[in-house]
Design a protein around this ligand. Structure first.
Ligand code: MTE
Ligand code: MO
Length: 225
């Protein structure tokens, strides 16, 4: 684990991470007004969330700049056919545009984000996870990790996105390519992905080992555990 620790990267900010970790431990919401419920029955704002029109940037203080020409994605672990895609191979896959809402555990939600990229269903067809594969771990270029169950990964609205609202994803938001898992709090949507690993056993990610909920369903308000 040591060589894979974001804390070893230049720029990593320990204080805000520790603050969030403490809040997770106390089960406190992270923003002042996150406890004012915004939810109406049947509405699209999950409990404790408020809508924002801007798009906040959240990271660990590390913002890798990866040129598309240098970018690679390795998909491996318990799969029948591991792949390494470079930018051209990734862009040569069938492309989809899917619109979804972002729900960040810090309390903001952003509606109607049109993501373009490679559908997870397509990726699964290509790599063919083995029967024993139950969990996926995303690895970012900042050594961030996030874990999801394979069923979550296969959600029909999940994709590997290179564009947002018709424009290439900005580096700060995870460009060249980030994961988008709309049915989970946004920390599960790893930015700057370089590897997707299929596993038998779960491997809690960066925030999950710091008290964030393993499942992270915003509708069930699974923030911390
Ligand atoms: N690689 C990587 N992915 C990451 C993070 C990170 O620090 N590194 N932060 C997560 C968190 S906590 C959130 S809320 C979202 C923020 O994405 P945004 O900056 O595009 O809003 O990215 C998630 N994915
Ligand atoms: Mo977050």
């Amino acid at each position: 684990m040591a060589g894979n620790d974001p804390g070893r990267l230049p720029g990593y900010r320990e204080k805000p991470v520790r603050r969030k970790e403490e809040r997770a431990r106390d089960g406190r919401p992270m923003s002042g007004d996150a406890d004012k419920p915004g939810t109406q029955p049947g509405g699209r704002l999950p409990p404790g969330q408020r809508e924002v029109k801007n798009w906040p940037v959240l990271d660990l203080g590390v913002r890798p700049e990866i040129a598309a020409a240098e970018w690679r994605l390795r998909v491996d672990g318990l799969v029948a056919a591991p792949v390494v895609w470079d930018w051209d191979a990734f862009m040569a896959q069938p492309q989809v545009t899917l619109t979804s809402d972002i729900h960040c555990v810090t309390g903001w939600s952003r509606f109607d984000n049109a993501w373009t990229g490679v559908h997870i269903a397509h990726l699964l067809e290509i790599v063919r996870p083995k029967d024993e594969a139950r969990h996926c771990v995303f690895h970012g270029h900042d050594n961030y990790t996030a874990n999801v169950r394979i069923e979550r990964f296969a959600d029909e609205d999940a994709l590997l996105a290179h564009s947002w609202n018709g424009a290439p994803l900005e580096p700060a938001h995870g460009g060249p390519v980030r994961a988008v898992i709309p049915k989970r709090y946004f920390w599960k949507s790893a930015k700057w992905i370089k590897r997707i690993e299929f596993r038998r056993d779960d491997a809690p990610g960066f925030w999950e080992i710091r008290g964030y909920h393993n499942e992270a369903d915003p509708w069930a308000e699974q923030r911390y555990e």
